[in-house]
Design a protein around this ligand. Structure first.
Ligand code: HEC
Length: 491
């Protein structure tokens, strides 16, 4: 296994970083592609886990003679769990397919560091498949005791896969003591391991309960019997009460700069956090008022609405989790654009695309070599989070700025916005990117002058030096404190 070391150099001295093929997703930036698949996957997988808890609980009730519990289990609820389980598995494969295209360096390092842990996770998954399928195929013919054991195996195995994957995913944001020691278990049981695991368990349980409530309402039962079942299913909403505390615990252990994005540093992220919290609160309030206090009849439509809210909360929560990692994919080890912090200084001297073997797909479009260079630099350093004209488009962001503003903003990238990594190339690459943005903004004309004024390049070099090669300081600066951003344009 490679050891990251405090400096974050993951590539052993003397070895070339692998140049993986790059992919282009048109108007969607790479981060968005993986985000969309990820949100769907997390939601389905968490429902499959919560569904497993709920079915185990109801089977236990059935064994103790609670009427209708077994009928509920043999209703279409199990197919719902099956569908989420199968689609969860399919979107899991989709995650691998996208992640090896979007972030091969990141996933490569994760597999390398957590090889055996990932193997354990896959074993849990295999057990989950066998137990789930056996229940579905033979469940109706089996006695209660065997059914309970099968469902408990399914639930435990699905919780197991969450347990193991959670250590790997939470490590990306809070690698903790692993950074210094390289110790696998220090990385696995990292500072955000427990709050994030418990939070996801609470979410899973809530999703299982909400879906069960919807299903119970479709069953042909008299009012009293329905209430009895609903009250049991609603017990799985109890862990929701811990979610605010778990959320605060999570926010308390993440790095100070990430926390600052969430609490006002980034408008988008603060907004999504508020959305996630708001949707969860609504679900909680409804559960409290509707199900327990007033013993309301919960219509299928209401339960579906609550599930939609839960999906919204999951989506916003995952957005926040991914956003909080910026500018890293693995904190202090790899930036979002797959450049290691320790590499930046070398790339500043050598050029970031000097060893990039892949030609541009649309090379013929660019009238000058400088613009083509700009396109390769953008592909390597910016495309993880930007497109040219689509999502988070560079042309929309900086196309109307003066040339000088653009140069400053790019050279001092990590000061322009603290969630961007430092620019990892020489002044000529900064200029190539600035020219490319202006050329695209001008409508990509057939002729474009080459800009190689040594005085301008020397000035860009000074800005690069002033910004340094380190990421933005831990805390984002207050808006008043000018830090380049280019808007001032002082020379
Ligand atoms: C880790 C993700 C990430 C990377 C990598 C990244 N950016 Fe950004 N950048 C962002 C985000 C997010 C914004 C904020 C967009 C907004 O304000 O709507 C942004 C904003 C900008 C802006 C506008 C700044 C302002 O003050 O409004 C410019 C210009 C820019 N980026 C250029 C670049 C260039 C050039 C590169 C590559 C050398 C790059 N970025 C790499 C995430 C990134």
């Amino acid at each position: 296994m490679t050891h990251a070391g405090a400096g974050g150099g993951i590539i052993p001295a003397g070895m070339e970083p692998t140049a993986y093929p790059v992919n282009d997703f048109g108007p969607a930036m790479r981060g968005m592609v993986i985000g969309a698949v990820g949100i769907l996957h997390v939601f389905l997988a968490q429902f499959a886990i919560g569904g497993g808890f709920l079915m185990t609980y109801f089977q236990w009730l059935a064994g103790r003679g609670v009427p209708d519990a077994r009928r509920f289990l043999d209703s279409f609820f199990k197919y719902l769990v099956l569908v989420s389980f199968v689609t969860g598995a399919l979107t899991g494969v989709a995650m691998w397919l996208t992640t090896i295209q979007v972030g091969p360096h990141t996933i490569g390092l994760m597999v390398d560091e957590f090889h055996w842990i990932w193997a354990i996770e896959w074993c849990c998954f295999a057990v989950e498949i066998v137990a789930g399928y056996m229940f579905l195929r033979y469940g109706e013919r089996l006695p209660d005791g065997v059914r309970l054991r099968l469902l408990a195996t399914y639930a435990l195995a699905s919780f197991g896969s969450l347990f193991w994957i959670n250590g790997i995913l939470s490590w990306q944001l809070t690698p903790g003591a692993w950074l210094a020691s390289g110790d696998v278990w220090a990385g696995f049981f990292n500072p955000s391991f427990w709050p994030s695991l418990l939070y996801r368990v609470a979410v899973s349980s809530t999703l299982g309960a909400l879906a069960a409530i919807a299903v119970i309402n479709t069953m042909d039962l008299d009012r009293a019997a329905r209430h009895a079942l609903l009250a049991r299913a609603a017990r799985l909403l109890v862990p929701m009460a811990a979610m605010p505390a778990l959320g605060l615990w999570y926010v308390a252990v993440i790095p100070a700069d990430s926390r600052a994005w969430l609490t006002g540093g980034s408008v988008a992220m603060s907004m999504f956090l508020a959305l996630a919290a708001g949707a969860s609160l609504l679900i909680g309030a409804y559960a409290l008022v509707g199900i327990w206090w007033r013993r309301l009849y919960v219509s299928g439509a209401t339960a579906a609405l609550l599930l939609a809210l839960a999906f919204g909360a999951t989506a916003a929560g995952e957005f926040v989790r991914a956003g909080a990692r910026k500018p890293f994919t693995i904190r202090q080890v790899l930036y979002s654009n797959a450049i290691a912090p320790a590499e930046v200084a070398r790339l500043r001297a050598e050029g970031s695309v000097a060893r990039d073997p892949y030609p541009l797909r649309d090379a013929a479009r660019y009238p000058t070599a400088q613009l083509a260079l700009g396109a390769r630099v953008v592909r390597l350093q910016c495309a993880a989070c930007h497109t040219m004209k689509g999502a988070n488009g560079l042309v929309h962001l900086g196309g109307a700025w003066s040339l000088e503003q653009l140069r400053i903003a790019i050279a001092r990238l990590q000061e322009t916005k603290g969630f961007m990594p430092p620019f990892a190339g020489p002044a000529t690459e900064v200029e190539a990117v600035a020219q490319l943005i202006r050329w695209e903004a001008a409508g990509a004309p057939a002729a474009w002058p080459v800009s190689d004024d040594p005085v301008a390049l020397a000035q860009i070099g000074r800005w690069l030096d002033e910004a340094g090669t380190a990421p933005a300081p831990e805390r984002p600066r207050p808006p008043g404190e000018a830090t380049g951003g280019g808007r001032g344009g002082a020379r």
